[in-house]
Design a protein around this ligand. Structure first.
Ligand code: PEP
Ligand code: MG
Length: 906
C-alpha cells in the first residue's frame, strides 16, 4: 500500500485522493501540480501513518518508500541531498485534514550542512547561504530539538545591538557567520550534541517532529474546541525549497482569490519583496498590495509578469475548487511558484456573497451555495459593527475592561447606566446608553429597550438578559465576570479602571469584548434595506445576496419557520425576515410597559376576584390594541399567543424607592404593598405559582387576555383581515390542567363571538415544558390542537438546573467535559431531545392532526434545528433576528437528509 505520494513536473500521484489521506496542504499541492500550476516538486507522507509513527517511533517500510521517492525528487529538482556543489534543500511542513493552528508548522532550508553550505554560497552568495543556515538552525532547534526560540532571538538581537543596526538585513556575511556559530553553540549546550550534519538524519528528525506535533497540548486543545477527531492524524509534506529572499527579483506573499471580508470578486492580498514567508507573518516589515494602487509599489507594477501568471493561477484554482482560495506564493528570481492553496476563511458577508455570485458564475449549484454558508454567520449581516482597526487600537492602548459571553451580536457604544430607570431617562436625553447590570429581570425591559447595548456581569447564554437582548436584536454581552458592578457607589471596576454612570463604554456582542470609551459603529446594510427601509435593494449587493440565498433555502426546507414576537414592531421585523407566523407571543412583556404596569400592580394588590376584574378592565383595551397591531402585521399568518406565564411577584417592585413611589401611585400604604410583596415571595419562582397554575387560581386573568385576543381578532376581521389566533397554555403538566383551561378559552371565545357576532377561527394548544407533560403527551393531545416545546423550561426541569443560576457551575461542567456544551444554548438531543421525540410520537398517535413546534431558544440554534427536523416537528420558532439563521439551518437539515424539502406553511 502506497503511503508516500510524489508530486512534480505536472504529475501528482495523490491527485484526487483528497484531504483525508494527504491533509489539506498535501491535497492542495497535488491538485495544483496536476493542473499544471508551477509548484516546487516534493512528496507527501499520508495522514494514515501518523498514529503508528508516534506510537512506535517508526513505520516498517516507510523509510524505503521515502528513500525511493526522494530519488525521484532529486531527479525532478535537478539537485541532490548532500551534494556539495548543487545541494537539494527542502521544506518540511505539517498538514492535517483541516488547518490546525497549534501544530508544528514549517522547517525551511533542510539539507543545509557544513558540506553543502559552500555550494549554496557559490550559487547564491555567501550572505544568503549564511542567512539560510541561521534560519534553519532556529526553526529546527525550536521545533525538532525543543530549544526555546527566544534564545536564538536573543543571540540575534545581541549581535544587532553590537553592530548598531536595527534590521537583520543590515547584518553582514561575517555577522551572520557569527550568529550561526552562536546558534550552533546554543543547540550543543541544550542537547549535548552537535547539530545533525547529515541531510537524511535532519529529514527524519523533522518528519518525526511533525508527526509528534499532532499530540502536543496546543493541538489537542484545538481539536477539542473544534471537535476534530484525535485519530485523523497529520500528513508530512517535503518540498523543494524556492527562495523569495534572493534579492529584489524575488518575493513572497499571500492572496485570496476574492476579498475575504466582503466577498467582492477582486484579487486580494499582499507581498514582500526579498523575503521568506515567515517575514510576512512576523509583521515586521509592512507588506505591499498585489493590485496596482497608484503607489508604484504593487506586485502588478513591480513584477507584472509574475502578477499576470498569478491571475491565471487564480482562475484555474477557482474553476478547480469551486470556492474562494487562500494561497501562498513565492517568486524566486522572477519565477512564480505556488506553495499552498486552501478554501479561504471568510466573514459572514463574504460567505453569502461568494456563494451567491459563484452560482451566477456557474461555478456551483444553488444547493452547494446553501451548504457553503454557516447559518450562524448570517447574524453578522444584521449586526452593527465596530471597524476592526479602531477596536484594535483601543485594545492596544489598554482600554479593554474584560470579556464575557457574546450573547447579542453587534456593536454598541453608549453612556453607562446602572439601572433601567436611569437608562430610560438618559436615553431620553439623546445619547445612546449601555445598560450595565449584575443581571437583568423582567422589570428592566423598558431600560433594555431604551439601551443600545446591554452588559451583565453574571449569567449565561439563556439568562434573562441574553434571551431578551437577542429577541430585541440588541447587542449584549453577559457574564463578564472580571467586571465588578457597585450599585451603591454607582460605578464599575475592572482591570484597574473605574467607570461611573455617564461614562462611555463600547460593547462588542460578536466577540464579547467590553472596551472603555467611545468607538464608532456602522449600521448593517441588510437592516437598512429590509427593516429601516432607508436603502433600496438595488443599492446593496449584500442585501441582494442575502435574500437570494434565503429564497433558495426556503425551497429546500421542510420545517416551517416562525418567530417569537411580542409587539407589532417585533412582528414586522419577523415578517420581513421571512417568518411564516408567530410561534410565541409572550403576553407578559406587554404588562411591563410604563403605561400599564400600574394597572397590573393594582390587579395583584386586589383582595378578591372582583377587585382583580376591576383592574383587569383597565388592562383589557391596551392588550386588545397590542393584538390588533400584531394581527395587522401578520395578516393571514398564524399567531400563537401564550397566556400569562411568570409568577406575579415579578411585576412588583423590589427596590425601596420604587416601592414607595408605587404605593403613592396606587394610593395604598407602603406597609400593605410590602406585605403583598412578601406574601408573593417564592423560594424558587421558576417552579412556583406561574403558568397555567396562575390561570387556574386566577381565571379572570386568562379570561381577560382571551377576551382581548378575540375582540382584537374580530376587529381585524372587520377591517378586512384574516387573523389566525392560536391560544397557548403555558407550563401544563397534567391533562386536567389543560382541559379546564381549554374550557375557559372556549367559553370566553363563545361569549365574545356572541357579542361581536364575528366568528373567529382559532385553535387551543399547550406548551410542553414539563417532563410529565412530555410523557403524558398522548392524553393531553386528545384535546389539544398543537404542542409547542418550551425547551428552555423543559431543559431546566429535565436537568434540574435553574435557568437563572446555572452560570455558577455550567462553565466548569463544560470545561471539564461533564457536558459537551451549554444545554440551554444547544439542545441536549439525547435527554431533552428524547422527551421531544416521545411527546411528538405519543401526541400524534392520539391526535394525527396535532401540529408540533418549538419556541424555546433552541428554535434558533442550527444544530438543534437539525434535530427538530429529524424528530419530524412542523416548525421552529425563534427570535426575529434569528429567523434567517433558522431558514438556512432548516434547509441544510433537509438537504443533509438527502430528501427534497417541501416548503411548509407553518
Ligand atoms: C420555554 O420555556 O422554552 C419558553 C419558550 O418559555 P419561556 O422562555 O418564556 O419560559
Ligand atoms: Mg417556559
Amino acid at each position: 500500500m502506497q503511503r508516500v505520494f510524489f508530486f512534480g513536473n505536472g504529475k501528482a500521484e495523490g491527485e484526487g485522493l483528497g484531504k483525508e489521506k494527504l491533509g489539506g496542504k498535501g491535497a492542495g499541492l497535488a491538485e495544483m501540480t496536476a493542473l499544471g500550476i508551477p509548484v516546487p516538486p516534493g512528496f507527501t507522507i499520508e495522514t494514515g501513518v501518523c498514529a503508528e509513527f508516534t506510537q512506535n517511533g517508526k513505520v516498517p517500510g516507510l523509510e524505503e518508500e521515502v528513500d525511493q521517492t526522494l530519488q525521484r525528487l532529486e531527479k525532478a529538482a535537478g539537485r541532490s541531498f548532500g551534494d556539495p556543489r548543487n545541494p537539494l534543500l527542502v521544506s518540511v511542513r505539517s498538514g492535517a485534514r483541516s488547518s490546525m493552528p497549534g501544530m508544528m508548522d514549517t522547517i525551511l532550508n533542510l539539507g543545509l550542512t557544513s558540506k553543502t553550505i559552500g555550494g549554496l554560497a557559490a550559487l547564491s552568495g555567501e550572505r544568503f547561504a549564511l542567512d539560510c543556515r541561521r534560519r534553519f538552525l532556529q526553526m529546527y532547534g525550536d521545533v525538532v530539538l525543543g530549544v526555546h526560540k527566544e534564545e536564538f532571538e536573543e543571540a540575534l538581537s545581541a549581535l544587532r545591538q553590537k553592530r548598531g543596526v536595527t534590521s537583520d538585513a543590515d547584518l553582514k556575511a561575517e555577522d551572520l557567520a557569527e550568529v550561526v556559530r552562536r546558534h550552533e553553540a546554543i543547540i550543543q549546550k541544550h542537547t549535548g550534541k552537535d547539530f545533525p550534519d547529515e541531510p537524511r538524519e535532519q529529514l527524519w528528525g523533522a518528519i518525526g517532529a511533525v508527526f509528534r506535533s499532532w499530540d502536543n497540548e496546543r493541538a489537542k486543545t484545538y481539536r477539542k474546541l473544534h471537535r476534530i477527531p484525535n485519530d485523523w492524524g497529520t500528513a508530512v509534506n517535503v518540498q523543494t525549497m524556492v527562495f523569495g529572499n534572493r534579492g529584489e527579483t524575488s518575493a513572497t506573499g499571500v492572496a485570496f482569490t476574492r476579498d475575504p471580508a466582503t466577498g467582492e470578486r477582486r484579487f486580494y492580498g499582499e507581498f514582500l519583496p526579498n523575503a521568506q514567508g515567515e517575514d510576512v507573518v512576523a509583521g515586521i516589515r509592512t507588506p505591499r498590495p498585489l493590485n496596482a494602487d497608484g503607489s508604484g509599489a504593487s506586485l502588478e507594477e513591480t513584477m507584472p509578469e509574475a502578477y499576470r501568471e498569478l491571475l491565471r493561477v487564480r482562475d484555474l484554482l477557482e474553476k478547480r475548487f469551486h470556492d474562494m482560495q487562500d494561497i501562498e506564493f513565492t517568486i524566486d528570481d522572477g519565477k512564480l511558484y505556488l506553495l499552498q492553496t486552501r478554501n479561504g476563511k471568510r466573514t459572514g458577508f463574504a460567505a453569502v456573497r461568494v456563494a451567491t455570485e459563484m452560482v451566477a458564475e456557474g461555478l456551483i449549484s444553488k444547493d452547494e451555495a446553501i451548504s457553503r454558508v454557516e447559518p450562524e454567520q448570517l447574524v453578522q449581516l444584521l449586526a452593527p459593527i465596530f471597524p476592526a482597526d479602531e477596536k484594535q487600537a483601543a485594545i492596544a492602548s489598554g482600554r479593554l475592561l474584560g470579556k464575557g459571553l457574546p450573547a447579542g451580536p453587534g456593536a454598541a457604544c453608549g453612556r453607562i447606566a446602572f439601572t433601567a430607570q436611569r437608562a430610560v431617562a438618559m436615553a431620553g436625553q439623546g445619547d445612546p446608553v449601555v445598560l450595565v447590570r449584575v443581571e437583568t429581570s423582567p422589570e428592566d425591559i423598558a431600560g433594555m429597550n431604551a439601551s443600545a447595548g446591554i452588559l451583565t456581569t453574571r449569567g449565561g447564554m439563556t439568562s434573562h438578559a441574553a434571551v431578551v437582548a437577542r429577541g430585541m436584536g440588541k447587542t449584549c454581552v453577559v457574564g463578564a465576570g472580571e467586571i465588578t458592578v457597585d450599585y451603591g457607589k454607582g460605578e464599575l471596576r475592572a482591570r484597574g479602571r473605574t467607570e461611573r454612570e455617564g461614562n462611555w463604554i463600547s460593547v462588542d456582542g460578536t466577540s464579547g469584548e467590553v472596551i472603555s470609551g467611545k468607538l464608532p459603529t456602522r449600521p448593517s446594510e441588510v437592516l437598512q434595506v429590509f427593516v429601516e427601509e432607508n436603502l433600496r435593494l438595488d443599492q446593496s449587493q449584500i442585501a441582494r445576496s442575502f435574500s437570494e440565498l434565503l429564497s433558495w433555502a426556503d425551497s429546500r426546507r421542510r420545517l416551517g419557520i416562525r418567530a417569537n414576537a411580542d409587539t407589532p414592531t417585533d412582528a414586522r421585523v419577523a415578517r420581513v425576515f421571512g417568518a411564516q407566523g408567530i410561534g410565541l407571543c409572550r403576553t407578559e412583556h406587554m404588562f411591563f410597559e410604563e403605561s400599564r404596569i400600574l394597572a397590573v400592580r393594582e390587579m395583584i394588590l386586589a383582595e378578591d376576584a372582583a377587585g382583580r376584574r376591576a383592574a383587569l378592565a383597565k388592562i383589557l383595551p391596551m392588550q386588545r390594541e397590542d393584538f390588533v397591531g400584531i394581527f395587522r402585521e401578520m395578516g393571514e399568518r398564524p399567531v400563537t399567543i401564550r397566556l400569562l406565564d411568570p409568577p406575579l411577584h415579578e411585576f412588583l417592585p423590589n427596590d425601596e424607592a420604587v416601592l414607595e413611589k408605587t404605593a403613592r401611585e396606587l394610593k395604598v400604604s407602603v406597609e400593605k404593598l410590602r406585605e403583598r410583596v412578601q406574601a408573593l415571595h417564592e423560594a424558587n419562582p421558576m417552579l412556583g405559582h406561574r403558568g397555567c397554575r396562575l390561570g387556574l387560581t386566577h381565571p379572570e386573568i386568562y379570561e381577560t387576555q382571551v377576551r382581548a385576543i378575540f375582540e382584537a381578532a374580530a376587529a381585524a376581521i372587520q377591517s378586512g383581515g384574516k387573523p389566525h389566533p392560536e391560544i397557548m397554555i403555558p407550563l401544563v403538566g397534567t391533562r386536567a390542567e389543560f382541559e379546564k383551561l381549554k374550557v375557559l378559552v372556549d367559553e370566553t371565545a363563545r361569549k365574545v363571538t356572541a357579542e361581536s357576532r364575528q366568528p373567529v377561527s382559532y385553535t387551543v394548544g399547550t406548551m410542553i415544558e414539563i417532563p410529565r407533560a412530555a410523557l403524558r403527551a398522548g392524553e393531553i393531545a386528545q384535546k389539544a390542537d398543537f404542542f409547542s416545546f418550551g425547551t428552555n423550561d423543559l431543559t431546566q426541569m429535565t436537568f434540574g438546573y435553574s435557568r437563572d443560576d446555572a452560570g455558577s457551575f455550567l462553565p466548569a461542567y463544560i470545561e471539564s467535559g461533564i457536558l459537551p456544551e451549554d444545554p440551554f444554548a444547544s439542545l441536549d438531543t439525547s435527554g431533552v431531545g428524547e422527551l421531544v421525540s416521545i411527546a411528538t410520537q405519543r401526541g400524534r398517535q392520539t391526535n394525527p392532526r396535532l401540529k408540533v413546534g418549538v419556541c424555546g431558544e433552541h428554535g434558533g440554534d442550527p444544530r438543534s434545528i437539525a434535530f427538530f427536523h429529524g424528530a419530524g416537528l412542523d416548525y421552529v420558532s425563534c427570535s426575529p433576528f434569528r429567523v434567517p439563521v433558522a431558514r438556512l439551518a432548516a434547509a441544510q437539515a433537509a438537504m443533509s437528509e438527502g430528501k427534497e424539502g417541501v416548503s411548509s406553511t407553518a
